[in-house]
Structure formats: C-alpha cells, structure tokens
Design a protein around this ligand. Structure first.
Ligand code: EPU
Length: 422
C-alpha cells in the first residue's frame, strides 16, 4: 500500500502557517547526539519520516529515545556500536552522519551506503577523504558496506574540492574528539551547519568559524548532554512563500529567519510578488496582473538553494515569457519537469537547465512525486491547476514536510489523502 494526495485546484489561500524545525539541521543533529556521554534534549523537531528513520537507527545503537510532539530526548549513555546495515539506513541520505559521529565517538563505524532522493550522482568521496585525513582507514566491501576505523584520530588540514554540506558536517562530527586541531577549508556555509556547530559547542566542543569557509576544531576528550532548539526550516518556509505567491490572497508565513531566504525573496520580488517582512514572519499578497519571468542559477548558500528551484519552477509556469533554471549543484534535478508538463506546463530540458515557457494554465491529472522537492513542486501545481490533481509516492513529501496537508487545509486548500494498492 502507498498513499496518494488529491488536491482540488483553484482555491485561494488565506491565513497563517507556522514553519517547523529545519529538516536538514535535524537529520545531522540527531546523529551528532551519540557523541555526548549524557542525554541531549532537542526542541522544535519536525514530525517527518526522516526523523522516525533516525530514531530507529538510534534505538539500534541502544540509545534511549523519547519523542513528545516536537521535543526529542536521546540518552546515548549505553551506546552499542553495532553495524548499521538495516532498512532504516536506506530511507534517507543523512543516515551517513552516523559515520562521522560513530567514528568520532568509538573510532570505528560499519554501515552500508545510505539511500535518499535520486538527484543524479551523489558521491561521498569528500567525506571519505576527510575521515582518511584524520587517520581513519576506510574499507568498502562488495555488499555496499563501509568499515571506517582508526587507532587514533588526529587533527589535520582538510581542503574540500567542493563546499559540500554533508562532507563539512561529517568531518566536523569525526573531528570534535580528535587529538589536536582540524581545519576545514572551503567548508559549506549553510545555516544548518551553524546549527550543528551550536549543538556541538553546547556539548563542549571547541569550534570556530562556522558560517565562514574556514572552520577550525580543537579536539576535546569528552562531550556532554545539553538542550538545543532547532532553527526554522528555510526550505519549508521557501516552499510556503512560493505556495502563497502562487495561490494566496494574503498568507503569513511565520517562524522564519528572513536572512536565510534572501535569494528566493529577491527572485519573488523580481517576478512581481508583493511581500512584507515583519519580524520572524513574511506576509505574501496574492498576485495581481502578469508575473515576470526570471532566471535562476542554483548555488551554495547564500546563493539560490537547489531545493527551492523545483517548487519555484511551478510558479515560473505562471510567468509570461521564458524563464531559465540552471542547476550547478545537482545537474539531474529536473524530474519534476516532465510531471509538470503532464499538467500542461511547457518546459524544455537542456543539460543542467530547464527553460520554462509561460504562462500556461495547469490542469489536474495524476502525477508522481519522484523525489521530495518534486513532490513540493507538484503540490504547488495542484493548488493552482484547474480540477483535481492526484500525487502518488507521497512518502517522498512526508520525508521533509511536517503535516503538509493540514497546514494547507488550514489556509483553505482542499486536500484529501488515501491509501492505494501498489
Ligand atoms: N559531492 C561530491 N562528493 C561528496 C559530497 C558531495 O561530489 O563527497 C557533490 C554532490 O554530488 C553534489 C554537491 O557536491 O553535486 C552538493 O552536495 P552536498 O554534499 O552539499 O549535499 P548533501 O549534503 O548531499 C544537502 C541537503 C540537500 C541539499 C544539498 C545542497 C541534507 C540531508 N541534504 O545534501 O537537501 O539539496 O545539501 O544544499 O542536508 C533536500 O532537502 O531535498 C535535499 C536534497
């Protein structure tokens, strides 16, 4: 059995939506907890299936896990460093943060290659090179399992060929308890990295430079439990800004850090969307008149986020003229485009680029969420399409959006969910 959501298009949205804690911070913070020697409490944990999968992995490692609404308490005191080779590893890419965390804590980790959305090639060579630079030996067996082990982890200077989010976090996790000083050069600067560093610092780690391209870590012997509140999800927030721009009359998107969304906000304004930033909220006013086409090039933070190019593409189908979306992070992240074309969009694909010819009236039909943000793009499309849109493979959407149906229904959308035979 799997789930389908059906959206009746054309209903104008009004009201306030509150953004949840950041998925891409949470999925790194949870594995980071195993580095502590006493319980860690995290507030603002989104209720998404990626968090459930990480909870399963924590339990496999004999951590005590209690979740109450958005509060997660993890006690890693009796950690057992068993190989992580079960199903939960396949459910999300970020299970690989247990590599850095267990290596850092126990000097050894065995786990299989993680799963996650298909966005084209997603190698982890930079993570592995980082572990090796700290003194670890990495074995990869034919069954797809990594064993990473070190007699001692010793700080080193590590230059990343690409400012990878995952490699930066994984190396941080492996280095916080290493002997001496580690420097990560060309580190990623995404807000989620700062959040992870804030947690590790509260645990007793000594880290400087998070949010810049050089991060230095002085290894410590012991890390303790602490309390931590997760930052709001800038990608969920951006998705709702796009939804509000596409289908809203007056929508307030609350619990936002507006600085995290500057690239999107400036593109929406360039398209002609009216918005006001008020403290931690953004008020989006419904579109009047034609939207202008814009060109997007995805880049590392603070550039335009690759995760938002997919939902924004749907809005660009409503702009009068041609818009170009160039991907520089995941060159094959265009699986949403054929789905949108099924709904009446006119999108051509070139290498690492989509060209959206607008404006086109979208119409409801059955489409497939091929990955998480493709799912978000299709939700935006369903809300503005004529008639009924059915989206299959909803589990992709549930990996990263807490209660998306309910949040939209509270704004006036008409959405139902049902189980279907596979
Ligand atoms: N890369 C390598 N080698 C590596 C690591 C990365 O070549 O060892 C390449 C990747 O193939 C890709 C680029 O570097 O072309 C960027 O990858 P990065 O490591 O920065 O991405 P990630 O850590 O795998 C995170 C988010 C993604 C988000 C990207 C870019 C998490 C769990 N995932 O992925 O989020 O798109 O950063 O910002 O944090 C999503 O939320 O839908 C999502 C896919």
């Amino acid at each position: 059995m799997s789930e389908v959501i059906a959206i009746e298009g054309g209903n104008k949205l009004n009201g306030t939506v509150v953004i949840s804690g950041a998925k891409n911070a949470t999925v790194a913070l949870i594995p980071a907890i195993v580095l502590a020697d006493s319980p860690v409490t995290v507030y603002g944990v989104p209720n998404i299936s990626d968090v459930d999968a990480l909870g399963v992995l924590l339990k496999e490692l004999n951590c005590k896990v209690e979740k109450n609404e958005d509060i997660l308490v993890v006690d890693p005191t009796n950690l057992e460093n068993i190989p992580l080779v079960g199903e939960a590893v396949d459910k999300l890419r970020a299970s690989y943060y247990f590599m850095g965390a267990l290596l850092g804590k126990c000097k050894k980790v065995t786990m299989k290659m993680p799963g996650g959305c298909f966005l084209g090639p997603r190698p982890i060579d930079l993570h592995i090179k980082g572990f090796e630079a700290l003194g670890a030996k990495v074995d990869y067996s034919n069954d797809g399992t990594y064993t990473i082990e070190a007699k001692r982890l010793v700080g080193n200077k590590i230059y990343l060929d690409f400012a990878s989010v995952g490699a930066t976090i994984n190396i941080l996790l492996a280095a916080v308890k290493a002997e001496g000083k580690t420097t990560i050069e060309n580190a990623a600067k995404e807000p989620e990295i700062i959040d992870v560093v804030n947690l590790l610092t509260k645990m007793g780690a000594k880290i400087r430079g998070a949010g810049t391209d050089t991060i230095t870590i002085e290894g410590v012997e012991k890390l303790n439990g602490c309390n931590h509140e997760i930052i709001p999800d800038r990608i969920e927030a951006g998705t709702f800004l796009i939804i509000a721009a596409a289908a809203g009359e007056k929508v307030i998107v609350q619990n936002i850090i507006p600085q995290h969304l500057e690239a999107l906000i400036s593109k929406l304004k360039e398209m002609g969307i009216q918005m006001d930033v008020v403290g931690d909220s953004i008020v989006v006013y419904g579109r009047e008149g034609d939207l202008k086409p814009v060109n997007i090039k995805t880049q590392i933070y603070p550039g335009f986020a690759t995760d938002l190019q997919q939902p924004l593409t749907t809005l660009l189908t409503q702009a009068s003229g041609d818009s170009h979306v160039k991907e520089t992070i995941y060159i094959e992240r265009f699986k949403h485009c054929p789905q949108l074309n099924k709904m009446g969009a006119h999108i051509d694909l070139k290498e690492a680029e989509s060209i959206i010819h607008g404006a086109t009236q979208l119409h409801g039909t059955r489409v497939e969420a091929t990955d998480l943000r493709c799912g978000a793009a299709l939700v935006v499309a369903g809300l503005i399409a004529q008639g009924r849109t059915e989206i299959t493979n909803v589990y992709h959407i549930d990996r990263g959006y807490e209660n998306i149906d309910h949040k939209l229904i509270s704004l006036g959308a008409v959405i139902t969910r049902r189980q279907v035979e596979d």
